[in-house]
Design a protein around this ligand. Structure first.
Ligand code: PBG
Length: 331
């Protein structure tokens, strides 16, 4: 039915406001509902004991030592949050990023601790990338001045295998190397892969790179992350990752890429995740601090828009707060 032949619209008596009169009516006809179980909380893990260090560009977010993870996990579980996404700041870095696949690596330790503390209650997702572990901050190994795609693939597969071995429920390759999903799939036939499929080279990752100490030492990531101008190419990336064996696909950043979520939703039956990234979070925080935007209303509106566009899973730094806000809404 097109809009013009829809009797609701065509009828001269159409009054959209009839169903907007009270909160109860609005709630009844609401098309998109957020639930804490669809939210994924990113966590930055760092070395040390009893450390909880606030991230300057991401107010309310912290780098935590492994021993501080169980208390956060407990809060997330109490709030009904479904999952965590782990990032690590290693003790030391090298040219290849070997800390990424170290059996005693920071994220491997974090996974074991979370598993011990929470059993299977939280779905533990581990980001698979080298940028936090390489001395140069790029997402792969450097050969002849640029990131060598095929030399990086075995390292990503090895990293994913080590994270799965430590107990990750899901591995999430984010390096944007061609063939990374196939390489990981070959190494891990039974581990779910959440593929960062459509990942733009976005200015909105800035605060994350401070948080994870992963800014490239030279150049930028535009030779491997996607041009934000390209939507058809994003769909091609998504379909390629599905063909390579992805179980879920991710679109990132979120608000600047709502069209891609809708396109992905129409193109596949797989679960679709969106990553509301660090810069999206920081922008709302900064405006709210100045009194220019309402933090709660803005965050909920953006998350609802992301879900409306087609994402059934949302990675967001607002996860804990959102769960609390949603509980209040029912009162
Ligand atoms: C690792 C990775 C990044 C993000 C997620 N995984 C940084 C980057 O690609 O530069 C960004 C997440 C965020 O901004 O919140 N490659």
């Amino acid at each position: 039915m097109t809009l013009l032949t829809d009797p609701l619209v065509a009828a001269p008596t159409h009054r959209g406001r009839r169903l907007r009169r009270t909160p109860a009516l609005r709630r009844l006809v609401r098309e998109t509902r957020l639930d804490p179980s669809m939210l994924v909380a990113p966590i930055f893990v760092r070395p040390g004991h009893d450390v909880r260090e606030e991230i300057g560009s991401m107010p309310g977010q912290h780098r935590l030592s492994v021993d501080r993870l169980p208390e956060l996990a407990e809060r997330l579980l109490e709030a009904g949050i479904g999952s965590v996404l782990l990032f690590g700041l290693p003790e030391s870095k090298d040219a290849e990023g070997s800390g990424a696949w170290d059996e005693q690596g920071i994220v491997q330790d974090a996974i074991r601790e979370l598993r011990r503390a929470t059993a299977d209650a939280l779905a533990i997702v581990a980001d698979v990338c080298l940028c936090e572990y390489t001395s140069h901050g790029h997402c792969g190994v450097i050969r002849g001045g640029s990131v060598d795609n095929d030399a990086t693939l075995p390292l990503l597969a090895r990293t994913a295998a080590s994270l799965a071995e430590a107990g990750a429920d899901v591995v999430a390759p984010s390096a944007m190397m061609d063939g990374q999903v196939a390489a990981i799939r070959a190494a891990l036939p039974d581990t779910p892969i959440l593929a960062y499929a459509a990942k733009h080279a976005s200015a909105f990752y800035g605060p994350f790179r401070e948080a994870a100490d992963s800014a490239p030492a030279f150049g930028d990531r535009r030779a491997y992350q996607m041009d934000p101008a390209n939507g058809r190419e994003a769909l091609a990336e998504i379909l390629a990752d599905i063909a390579e064996g992805a179980d879920m696909i991710m679109v990132k950043p979120a608000l600047p890429a709502l069209d891609l979520m809708a396109a992905a939703r129409a193109a596949t039956t797989l679960p679709i995740a969106a990553y509301q990234v660090s810069g999206e979070y920081a922008a709302i925080c900064a405006a709210a601090e100045r009194g220019w935007l309402d933090r709660r209303a803005t965050a909920l509106e953006t998350l609802t828009a992301i879900a409306r566009a087609g994402a059934g899973i949302v990675v967001t730094y607002f996860a804990l707060e959102t769960a609390a806000w949603l509980r209040e809404e029912w009162r």
